[in-house]
Design a protein around this ligand. Sequence first.
Ligand code: NAD
Ligand code: UD2
Length: 309
Amino acid sequence: MSDAPILITGGAGFIGSHLVDALLAQGHAVRVLDNLSTGKRSNLPLDNPRLTLLEGDVADAALVARAMQGCRAVAHLAAVASVQASVDDPVATHQSNFVGTLNVCEAMRTQGVKRVLFASSAAVYGNNGEGAAIDEDTAKAPLTPYAVDKLASEQYLDFYRRQHGLEPAVFRFFNIFGPRQDPSSPYSGVISIFTERAQAGLPITVFGDGEQTRDFVYVGDLVHVLLQALELPTLAVGPVNVGLSRATSLNQLLALIRQVTGSLPEVSYGAARAGDIKHSRANNLRLLERFAFAEPTPMAEGLARLLGR
Ligand code: NAD
Ligand code: UD2
């Protein structure tokens, strides 16, 4: 195994820190670049000598170049993950969500690093494909600055592939859940909000009738795919949806939380969120073609891990 580290931008965050754990467990050296805006030191095993944390911003080109030195691959996960933050302040989030990607590409080009994983989002499809299983060729409709920056990042990565031989593995995540997902904003992932409130005995609000569905993926199953993308000798070109192609409604989710915890606090139903997508589900045939994907973690089991049961 090469001793050259793998750089993980955003490695102190929810998804990044699970990837860090998995890589360290495999014996790899890992370098994290994170500005700790939503990520936390406590998400990282900082006493592990194979892990280095560089605190700083992916918008800082010189710092990204320094972080890249001697690395053998990159997982570029750093971004302001809140869509609402991008709507409120497109200029600031663009620095993280787009300029950061460009800095990663440039640092890779100048230092000859080839392999990069990129965390894109189902947000690039907007409302297109709603109701059907969305495949990667579904027309793109980025409706927010967040989605525009993700799609533009994908396209820049493809430019660097064609022009400079980068090997990007672009993943469009659907709804990822698991331990360490931050529940603190109203726009945080619904599972992190519902489970935190269920544990605290606080009332839960469902926006709409609860019959809207999402394609929830346990973070450990995503990490299993990311690990493969770092190691495969060759990568097929083109983005890959990360979803299970399974629809779970919020009402089903609440029933599962009740099953795992034994009880539920008061649940009320309010107005649906403006612009909320009713049904979001991935066509994941490309994922299954390109990566080994064992039977996914059942929702109840993922919830039990999240709830520490
Ligand atoms: P997260 O907020 O926990 O992780 C993002 C990390 O990036 C944090 O540690 C944060 O401190 C860091 N970061 C943000 N801006 C930075 C900057 N300018 N410089 C350096 N570090 C910076 O969120 P997450 O859910 O773990 O998201 C990881 C990636 O996956 C993001 O790119 C996000 O857009 C994408 N994604 C997540 C989901 C999901 O369901 N969680 C869905 C689609 C896409
Ligand atoms: C996800 C992403 C978003 C964007 C979008 C693209 C997350 C956190 N959000 O939004 O970044 O990529 O997909 O399609 O991954 N809800 C409640 N009560 C609450 C919170 C949420 O009822 O307290 C509802 C919400 O109205 C929605 C569902 O739960 O119908 C899921 O909400 P979400 O914010 O977890 O995710 P989503 O799919 O809207």
